[in-house]
Ligand binder design. Structure first.
Ligand SMILES: [Zn+2]
Ligand SMILES: [Zn+2]
Length: 247
């Protein structure tokens, strides 16, 4: 992974955190549209990039890892209250310190594992040079997917903090931990030169987790009676179109 990619990954989260402190209302509106966009993009890159790699392999029980990722994410959301899909289903009577520890626990594991897949995807790409990107040779679609859903997640995290009485430096610390986790995961895989078998399992696990996050996002967009507002629908459609550019 290049330095620029790490900067994008970390910078986008820190920037969102700071901006949402300053412009709460505006960011909230934007966040909804971005969520639908990111959900559609995530589910699309899973089908376009991750599934072909996973199901092309000789490991016939690899699907178990997809299931593990799907339900593993469901398990993590018991702690994080859904922050990683851009929501905070939180009741204000909870003790704020315990709450923040819980949220950070779920969120840290989630972003570290996604980071592992970032590094794994890149290493897999070097071994099998079968990618032909319309968008750009160098764009890692997983990186785009992670940034797109972590920006609303950073906003949701700030909302959790807003309803608690936590000091500013603690907020900044949590935001930074969340921001650097994907980079840390990616560097771990590359530094320790993970085995291709293990990388495959990670990619399968993260596909499952992406599917969970993306479908939750799309189901939770305010679609009363299965009627999604046209703005949200348009955002989702744009997400799919952008993903097609990475094929
Ligand atoms: Zn939710
Ligand atoms: Zn994520």
């Amino acid at each position: 992974m290049s330095v620029t990619e790490h900067i994008i990954l970390i910078g986008s989260i820190l920037l969102t955190g700071v901006l949402s402190m300053a412009f709460y209302g505006k960011v909230k509106k934007l966040s909804k549209v971005l969520l639908a966009f990111s959900g559609a993009f995530l589910v699309s890159i899973t089908f376009l990039h991750l599934f072909p790699i996973i199901y092309h392999s000789d490991n016939h029980s690899i699907g178990i890892w997809v299931i593990a990722g799907f339900f593993g994410q469901l398990f993590l959301e018991q702690f994080s209250s859904g922050v990683e899909h851009g929501h905070s289903h939180i009741h204000s009577h909870q003790n704020s310190n315990v709450l923040i520890m819980q949220v950070m626990f779920g969120l840290t594991i989630h972003s570290f594992v996604e980071g592992l897949s970032l590094g794994g995807f890149e290493m897999h790409g070097h071994e099998h040079d079968h990618h032909s990107h319309l968008l750009s040779e160098d764009v890692n679609p997983l990186l785009v997917g992670i940034v797109l859903h972590h920006v609303p997640a950073a906003f949701a995290l700030m909302m959790v903090f807003a309803s608690s009485l936590v000091s500013k430096w603690k907020i900044l610390l949590c935001l930074t931990i969340f921001a650097i986790m994907p980079s840390l995961g990616a560097l771990t895989v590359i530094h320790f030169n993970f085995d291709q078998e293990v990388i495959l399992m990670i990619l399968a696990f993260v596909s499952g987790s992406f599917l969970h996050v993306a479908t939750t996002i799309l189901f939770e967009t305010d679609n009363t009676n299965h009627k999604i507002p046209y703005k949200t629908l348009l955002a989702a459609l744009s997400g799919v179109l952008l993903s097609l550019l990475t094929v």
